[in-house]
Design a protein around this ligand. Structure first.
Ligand SMILES: Cc1cc2nc3c(=O)[nH]c(=O)nc-3n(C[C@H](O)[C@H](O)[C@H](O)COP(=O)(O)OP(=O)(O)OC[C@H]3O[C@@H](n4cnc5c(N)ncnc54)[C@H](O)[C@@H]3O)c2cc1C
Length: 244
């Protein structure tokens, strides 16, 4: 990972050489829970959990609002594709990833997003990925069997390109070129941050699609982290979905 928030070019180059020497994976994905809908009503003088609210709304036409067990109800809604009840509760997560992955995330149109603006703020870091081999049979797949020499070559190239582009980007800013123009020099590995808000319904389908092997590995890893958060926040729904 390279940083642009350094005072001079020398510091920047020294930092990149330090990065070059390290052997650990440098991809810097981070996922963090930001918020979950917090119900304000009580049932039987007990506060409702977010999942309790989903069940409460699902029982809008039922006199048995007090039934404490809603596992069967949520499982029934899932089995019968009664998805709208899962739209009654939202979850927001913060995702730190690269501009190579964020466009895939942004395609999930049922979510609401806020993304780090490269027009307003200076790009801070460039992520480096471990390469995989192109699958010759499935054009959307890659295989983890590259030899060390090829991996080393790719790592060196990422280092070279990152150094070159950061120098040019910083120089453009020094010359007074607007950030919205200077960013054209940045690579797809440039780090970005998003807030992603969606209903439980949207998260269920996003997680089913993006934890699947057909999704790019770096995106899968983000989805798997979000899935852990989802399962902790919505254990009854996760169990009804037979998620583990
Ligand atoms: C492996 C892979 C390859 C892709 N390749 C391309 C490509 O080559 N080019 C391209 O332009 N795009 C590609 N995409 C993007 C894809 O076409 C979608 O745009 C993206 O996954 C967003 O999904 P969505 O439109 O369902 O949005 P979402 O916001 O995830 O879903 C929209 C709505 O549909 C609902 N929903 C979704 N699934 C279900 C379901 N099973 N049952 C009930 N409701 C459901 C959600 O709850 C939500 O309300 C690819 C995606 C994947 C996973």
């Amino acid at each position: 990972m390279l940083s642009t928030n350094m005072e001079g070019r020398e510091k920047c180059i020294r930092f990149s050489i330090l990065v070059f020497n390290t052997t650990k994976t440098l991809w810097n994905m981070q996922v963090r829970l930001i918020s979950v809908t917090s119900p304000l009503i009580e049932v039987d003088r007990q506060p409702l959990s977010p999942e309790g609210l989903i069940a409460y709304c699902a029982r809008v036409s039922s006199p048995n609002q007090e039934t404490p067990d809603y596992q069967k109800l949520l499982a029934y809604c899932i089995a019968h594709k009664h998805w709208s009840v899962f739209e009654m509760v939202d979850m927001t997560v913060e995702i730190v990833t690269s501009r190579a992955i964020s466009p895939q995330i942004l395609r999930h149109k049922s979510f609401q997003f806020q993304e780090f603006s490269q027009r307003y703020a200076k790009a801070q870091e460039i992520e480096r990925y471990e390469p995989r081999r192109q699958d010759s049979k499935n054009r959307q797949n890659s295989l983890n069997d590259l030899d060390d020499a090829t991996k080393k070559w790719f790592d060196d190239e990422q280092e070279r390109i990152a150094r070159l582009t950061l120098e040019a980007y910083n120089k453009a800013l020094e010359k007074g070129i607007a950030k919205e123009c200077a960013r054209v020099l940045l690579p797809m590995g440039t780090q970005t941050k998003l807030y992603m808000k969606g209903s439980v319904r949207s998260w269920i389908h996003y997680l089913e699609v993006r934890t699947d092997k057909s999704t790019q590995q770096e995106h899968q890893e983000i989805a798997l982290e979000i899935k852990k958060i989802f399962m902790a926040q919505f254990p009854v729904t996760a169990s009804a979905l037979a998620w583990s």
